[in-house]
Design a protein around this ligand. Structure first.
Ligand SMILES: N[C@@H]1[C@@H](O)[C@H](O)[C@@H](COP(=O)(O)O)O[C@@H]1O
Length: 246
């Protein structure tokens, strides 16, 4: 793992966006894996700025999102469809047909999940996956458990994730309890992974993750330690406990 610590959220976001830009410019039909949550918003803002000010072209980029709540209307501002449209897609020139987000309202969700991973493979595999991390070490909606799924699947959210995500909803009761998520295997197949974390709430988990000597399904992000090309970008607040130990 390559670990980069930046002073603040702005420079973290700028660094992440620069890496993504460099990768996109290297290859036609680039497969970009996108994440939601508050962490990547600054990175998306920078990518939008690169598009508007420097002509960064998304017309040949194909995107796949990590996850989506189950049975949430896409007009709901908490749906990941809505989030992506507002925070990225409507500001750049990625063709609608190139955008893929798990369909939490699919008639046959199981079939949808199986086809989602196949689609990524048919396109030639993910080139770069952006990831945030939950305070409990989850990535996408792969929550700590005795076993983890490899492929895209329906996942139950843990109490701690429901609580963490309730900050976006009017009340905790409105947070969906289930989601579609890419599995650990789908994520690990990406050629390159960017893991982003900011803010001191993430500091204990980042320290825990980076000192791991074993992989554990209790810390789903620990599987990233097996991947040959992961760049972890932190701000000083998220790196604080880790830096205390090195
Ligand atoms: N499913 C998402 C994850 O993909 C995200 O990485 C995580 C952290 O969110 P945030 O970036 O808001 O801290 O929470 C959510 O549950």
């Amino acid at each position: 793992m390559k670990i980069i610590v930046k002073k603040d959220y702005e420079s973290l976001s700028n660094t992440a966006a620069n890496i993504i830009k460099e990768e996109i410019e290297k290859k036609e039909n680039f497969l970009l894996g996108l994440a939601t949550g508050s962490t990547p918003i600054g990175t998306y803002k920078e990518l939008i700025r690169f598009h508007k000010e420097e002509g960064l072209d998304f017309s040949k980029v194909v995107t796949f999102n990590l996850d989506e709540y189950l049975n949430i209307p896409y007009t709901n501002s908490n749906s990941y469809h809505y989030f992506m449209e507002e925070n990225l897609f409507k500001h750049i020139n990625v063709p609608k047909d190139n955008i893929h987000i798990p369909d939490g309202n699919a008639e046959d969700v199981g079939k949808f999940c199986r086809e989602y991973d196949k689609k990524i493979e048919d396109y030639g595999g993910m080139d770069l996956q952006i990831l945030g991390i939950g305070e409990n070490g989850h990535i996408a909606f792969n929550e700590p458990d005795d076993e983890l799924y490899l492929g895209t699947h329906i996942a139950g959210l843990t109490e701690s994730t429901i609580k963490a995500n309730s900050r976006f909803f009017d009340s905790i009761d409105e947070v969906p309890k289930k989601a579609i998520t890419m599995g650990i295997g789908s994520i690990m197949k990406s050629k390159k992974i960017l893991l982003l974390a900011n803010g001191e709430k993430k500091a204990p988990m980042i320290a825990e993750l980076l000192k791991q000597e074993k992989v554990s399904t209790k810390i789903p992000a620990s599987f990233l330690l097996l991947h040959p090309d992961v760049v972890v970008i932190l701000d000083e607040a998220a790196a604080k406990d880790y830096l205390k130990e090195v």
